[in-house]
Design a protein around this ligand. Sequence first.
Ligand code: TYD
Ligand code: MG
Length: 469
Amino acid sequence: MCSCYVSAMSKSQFVCQSCGAVTHKWSGHCDACDSWNTISEERGAAPASGAKGVRLPKGRPSRLVGLKGEDAAPPRIETGLAELDRVAGGGFVPGSGVLIGGDPGIGKSTLLLQALAALARRGRRVVYVSGEEAVAQIRLRAERLGLADANVLLATETNVSDIIATMSEGEPPALAVIDSIQTLWSPVVEAAPGTVSQLKAGSEALIRFAKQKGTALLLVGHVTKDGQIAGPKLIEHMVDTVLYFEGDRGHQFRILRAVKNRFGPTDEIGVFEMSDGGLREVANPSRLFLGHDARPTPGTAVLAGLEGTRPLLIEVQALVSPSPLGTPRRTTVGWDGNRLAMILAVLEARAGIAFGQSDVYLNVAGGLKLREPAADLAVAAALLSSMTDTVIPPGTVLFGEIALSGAVRPVGQTEARLKEAGKLGFSAAVMAAAGETPAAPGIAVKALENVADLTAWAAAQNRGLRRIA
Ligand code: TYD
Ligand code: MG
């Protein structure tokens, strides 16, 4: 055998722990994904593609088929936790791989144990493999959650070969949870658990097993401080579905979000509440994200938002106060700081309201992270309200995107937003003038062209109201 073939197999290589790019020498910066200090040395992993001396064996031709066929829609494994099933696209698909990411301690293990127990109670074979906790700990948790009687099969194992051997005995499980991929360890890869090579090799083997046996495989992955599933973007490419479990540890609310789904919609969310008895599903989450102040306060505005297909009313809180600093503070929780900077600039340039001497704080109630541009109008209204120390009339929702020109742009699903507002007792909506204005019984609609209209509206509303000193 050519010696270069051997050297390509056994030589160390340098793998970026963030994106998985392979280089032949160490460097502080990964050119592929532009991150720093993520490259580390690994041995024994598969050689980089194109490595000298690697020859493909002769292949067998596959049968080529047409697009049209008689394949039925994939059957689904419903866990019975409605919020989880909905986010997965109506249950999990047999043979599919699902990655569930989230901060440590957010409740991934709790959620999955509850899902497995619910399935086991319906007579399905389910396996929970933990590399993080001992059997006694898992049993204790099950006891506390009142799930100890459910027939969930437990194993504490980190060796991928042993996990596959365990699951291969008897009838293949309908659903298997591997908690977590960061603890997986494959004997054929000479790298520490948690490194990209180990994660990749372990996940690949498990996904292959799941595809062969028709098991729905749920892989748990911890996320790093900057919000990525630790290390591998490449695991996201290997699985069919990626779910993120997020929330603020200081709040009870947890949101399960689909960010990739080959078998269902993305941007769908499920809402849970962490309680003494584990995670509870929240079927009507709007009231969670509304404030509980009896009296309206300056600086709060209610957004008629949309999370996935689900309308949600969310309170946005702003505080604008004189700044003692040369460069005033801009702090956001639950919203993009750049977007705040943009709204402030637009308000200044198009409506003549200057925030240059003020600190600005923005908070989204309930620990929710807002992503949709429809929140712009509610944010601008909250900022104005705090700046002028006046209140937005109670019972008002706002939604609309703000352009750099100052124009208020329409957003999708107006009808669903107005309906949700009506359901929760709101009586007025402020939105874009352009676009559809569906009939909304019981809701007075105020349509705005631009941010100058917003300031005029806010001033008119407060003329009759008592100014809060
Ligand atoms: P866990 O599922 O272990 O999180 P992860 O697997 O994502 O790391 O959740 C741990 C947290 O949840 C812990 O801080 C305690 C809290 N918790 C409750 O509040 N109630 C409960 O019934 C359970 C089981 C956990
Ligand atoms: Mg856990």
